[in-house]
Design a binder for this molecule. Structure first.
Ligand code: IMP
Length: 194
């Protein structure tokens, strides 16, 4: 099965490739397309943005399986921000380090004592006939006070999953892939459609 993934985020793509390793699913990404412009993520929810990305890829790659996901971090003490703005929290082309720095600063400015947070993932899959399905994952945890670990991407160095002592960035890729929001959605997709 050929599965085309609508992401240019290397961290996400690695996790998706690892998940399907050793299966009959061949993962391709938009970086293999000679010309592709990612759509503007103008949706107001994870679902809407996942759909925008899936439809845009489907418009240039029909008759294959297409997968797009939108994910982000919701922090209780910040009224569930950055949410759908996670990738661009500190600005349009912000780095992961800049986004983390802004998040920790916002928490200290607002003396946010509620460090509970969750990663959410909405994943849209479009089959070769054009049928759309949505899959979901949530990973609950807490925001650490300092960055720890070098693995993963995004907010991994400041996210401690519930029941764990390590941040996601201190976990091996295999450990993160057992629990992550993205992997939960992928498992649902695999169980229902593959
Ligand atoms: P988007 O779905 O491409 O709009 O971006 C999602 C953003 O949410 C990423 O750029 C990260 O900042 C954050 N994010 C989503 N999933 C994860 C994760 O598994 N670890 C750390 N950060 C994540």
């Amino acid at each position: 099965m050929e599965l085309w993934v609508a992401t240019s985020n290397a961290g996400k793509l690695n996790e998706i490739r690892n998940f399907f390793m050793g299966t009959s699913v061949n993962v391709h990404s938009i970086s293999e397309l000679p010309v592709y412009t990612s759509p503007k993520e103008s949706g107001k929810s994870f679902d809407e943005n996942a759909r925008i990305k899936a439809k845009a890829l489907r418009a240039v790659k029909n008759n294959v399986w297409v997968l797009a996901e939108d994910s982000g971090l919701e922090v209780e003490g910040l009224n569930n921000m950055p949410g759908i703005h996670s990738a661009r929290y500190a600005g349009e082309n912000a780095s992961d380090a800049e986004n983390i720095a802004k998040l920790l600063k916002m928490m200290s400015l607002r003396s946010a004592t509620h460090r509970a947070a969750q990663f959410r993932c909405s994943m849209m899959v479009i089959d070769p006939d054009g049928n759309e399905s949505l899959f979901y994952g949530t990973l609950k945890g807490n925001i650490s006070r300092v960055l720890r670990g070098n693995n993963g991407f995004g907010y991994d160095p400041i996210f401690i999953p519930e029941g764990c002592e390590k941040t996601l960035a201190e976990m091996s890729p295999a450990e993160k892939n057992k629990i992550s929001h993205r992997i939960q959605a992928l498992r649902e997709f695999k169980q229902q459609q593959i």
